[in-house]
Design a protein around this ligand. Structure first.
Ligand code: SF4
Ligand code: SF4
Length: 453
């Protein structure tokens, strides 16, 4: 199985036109500044203030940020990306604000314009800087506040702003419920059994616009795996899309609306588990952030695809054959699954069950370096050079392992690697974990179809 090249090219062409298709938000500049400051103040609390005031300017966060590592420009130092937040805190909320106002500049529209590149283009909210800071400053956890502020100011990059509007209208890149149903019908006509809109099901499976458009083999693989396992599962046409552009842009309304569709569909069918497609950001968007915005704990478990597959392998329910044609692989951990979600051993358990030797690069697992396209950066056209440099850093690390293929579990990482490959003539195959599993199900060990998850 592999990426659909024709669909990939079409997707890349559409992605290149997003900025031109967007309608910018009209707002007076002073209103933009006031809105951004209001959100920063609303989201500030004592622990965040303490973190912002704890920086000892050691610069260690810069040394581990892939954008600083590849540009070596001091402006990409992670903590400086939060400077506007710190200034607003000091001038408006700090106990010593009367003093700070004497020497801390107020935030201006020019500042907001300048920081947009730091908040979106050169931060993938990967969390690597937060690991290293000796003062325990969780820079990445505060970056979404900056994005919330930019959203309130109507200053989200055009590509992400357009995707917000599309998500709000129920379609992404022209793919909505009808297109999803059309694909399901097409796959059924090819002989696949696909449960859709069951009234009751133990497991609800999500897909993503990338799988529907570009990586249909991933979707097919997941269907085959679920049928092979024999669980009571379903897709729901009222909650199938896991991508959440509200989380990427900082628009909490869009974020919650997208998450609520999934939550409502899962509650309606009584799902005990919801499995997120191979899509990095969708995992924290639903698992961690949706309950915060919604204000309730989720009444079901949320699992990344690789997490689910690894658990099934470890339980002995998912039996796999030895993968053919490749013996050694490097696994790229999506930041949002591993660093944020702790999903590390599960994909490796799957690769081992496929008989593969895993060759880890210098930075791996929890300390893995982002693909460079996370946090929505993949869609922002002007970040292409930044992303390519990060790709080259990754490529060199992966090549140094001597492995035959790279395995990924995030559609966005996959596309970012594919773009990097094309631009640098890199010959390494980039494989999807779920597709490898779908290709190597041990049919002799299929379950009876009556199991519970
Ligand atoms: S979260 Fe990642 S991309 Fe953002 S500043 Fe930190 S290390 Fe850099
Ligand atoms: S690593 Fe922490 S203390 Fe050092 S400069 Fe970065 S934020 Fe400040």
């Amino acid at each position: 199985m592999s990426l659909n090249r024709e669909a990939f090219n079409k997707f890349a062409e559409m992605a290149g036109q997003l900025a031109d298709m967007d309608t910018p938000v009209e707002m007076p500049d002073d209103q933009r500044v006031a809105n951004a400051k209001r959100v920063m103040m609303e989201k500030m609390d004592a622990p965040k203030a303490a973190m912002l005031e704890s920086c000892i300017h050691c610069g260690m966060c810069a040394e581990v940020c892939h954008f600083y590592m590849t540009q070596e420009d001091g402006k990409f130092t992670p903590i400086l990306k939060l400077d506007l937040l710190k200034r607003v805190y000091r001038r408006e909320l700090s106990p010593l604000r009367w003093m700070h106002r004497l020497y801390t500049r107020d935030v201006t529209i020019e500042d907001l314009e300048e920081w947009q590149e730091l908040v979106y283009d050169t931060c993938t909210v990967c969390g690597r800087c937060s690991l290293i800071c000796p003062m325990g400053i969780h820079i990445a956890a505060m970056m979404p506040i900056m994005r919330n502020a930019y959203s309130a100011a109507g200053m989200v990059p055009a590509e992400l702003h357009l995707m917000d509007s599309q998500q709000d209208q129920g379609h992404l890149f022209g793919v909505g419920k009808d297109e999803f149903i059309g694909l399901i019908e097409q796959l059924r006509s090819q002989g696949l059994e696909i449960p859709v809109d069951k009234d009751k099901a133990d497991i609800m499976v999500l897909t993503s616009v990338l799988d529907i458009m570009v990586s249909q083999d991933s979707l097919i693989a997941m269907i085959k795996i679920m049928n092979h396992l024999g669980y009571d599962w379903t897709f729901r046409t009222d909650g199938y899309e896991c991508a959440n552009f509200g989380m990427l842009s900082g628009d909490e309304e869009v974020h919650l609306k997208a998450s609520k569709k999934i939550i409502d569909a899962a509650v309606a069918c009584g799902a005990k588990k919801v499995i997120v497609a191979e899509c990095g950001h969708s995992y924290p968007a639903l698992r961690y952030e949706a309950p915060d915005i919604w204000g309730h704990a989720l009444p079901f478990e949320v699992l990344a695809t690789s997490e689910f597959l690894g658990q099934e392998v470890e339980k002995g329910t998912l039996k796999l054959k030895k993968a053919e044609g490749v013996h050694t692989v490097t696994f790229h951990d999506p930041c949002k699954n591993n660093r944020w979600g702790g999903v590390e051993k599960e994909p490796r358990a799957v690769l081992t069950a496929l008989g593969l030797e895993i060759r880890e690069p210098d930075s791996t697992g929890r300390t893995n370096i982002c693909c460079g396209g996370g946090g929505g950066a993949f869609l922002i056209n002007r970040t292409a050079d930044y992303r390519q440099r990060v790709f080259e850093l990754k490529r060199d690390q992966i090549d140094a392992t001597g492995s035959e293929a790279l395995v990924v579990t995030c559609g966005s990482c996959r596309l970012n690697f594919e773009v990097g490959k094309m631009k640098s003539n890199w010959g390494k195959p980039v494989e999807s974990l779920v597709e490898m599993v779908g290709d190597n199900l041990d049919d002799g060990a299929a379950r009876s179809g009556t199991g519970s998850p």
